[in-house]
Design a protein around this ligand. Structure first.
Ligand SMILES: [Zn+2]
Ligand SMILES: [Zn+2]
Length: 190
């Protein structure tokens, strides 16, 4: 578990992402389903990560488990198409309150537009409550749809919302602290 982030989540290049291990799917209460589309095969599979964790497989990746579920037929290929159901325990803003090493970045996805702003989680929650659109229980993934105002630069309404994270164990954090976010344009390769 990454310091300060809820179980099931990790940081990639400074941006919080869903972790791909079986234990992480279990923590997020996220089912993965597959159906084989190959002729003559109608296998349907449901991967219950919590069940697999109980059998000691929590450290495997979901990809490894999916490979094990392939159809093993001699003269046909496997054509399972997988999809993850929405997490029953998603990343909610409230889980990130009071953490100095976390910010929310709202970024315009308009063509060529580079506009973004970086806000504290508490500011994001206060804004949602003021507009009566949400609160600390709001799922981070639901945020782009709740941002209904246009970009001040390109006027499009096409937002991406990311959670930025800096490990407090790093030398950078020890030296820079919250000033680490002043260089937030470099995080996540934007
Ligand atoms: Zn099959
Ligand atoms: Zn824009």
């Amino acid at each position: 578990m990454i310091d300060g982030l809820p179980e099931g989540w990790t940081s990639e290049n400074g941006v919080v992402t869903a972790s791909g291990t079986i234990a992480a799917y279990a923590a997020r209460l996220q089912l993965v389903k597959g159906a084989c589309r190959e002729k003559g095969c109608s296998r349907r599979i449901e991967i219950d990560a919590r069940h697999l964790c109980g059998r000691g497989l929590g450290r495997l990746s979901m990809q490894q488990i999916q490979d094990l579920y392939r159809c093993h037929r001699i003269d046909e290929r496997c054509a399972i198409q997988w999809h993850a159901e929405p997490a029953q325990n998603p990343l909610r803003l409230g889980a990130l309150v009071g953490k100095p090493n976390v910010r929310v970045r709202v970024r315009c996805r308009g063509n060529e537009c580079k506009y973004f702003r970086v806000v504290r989680v508490e500011e994001m929650i206060a804004g949602l409550m003021k507009r009566k659109q949400g609160d600390e229980k709001t799922d981070v993934d639901a945020l782009p749809k709740l941002m209904t105002s246009g970009c001040p630069i390109c006027h499009k309404t096409n937002w991406a919302v990311e959670v930025l994270y800096v490990s407090t164990q790093t030398m950078g954090w020890r030296q820079m602290g919250e000033r680490s976010f002043e260089s937030a344009t470099q995080l996540g390769g934007v």
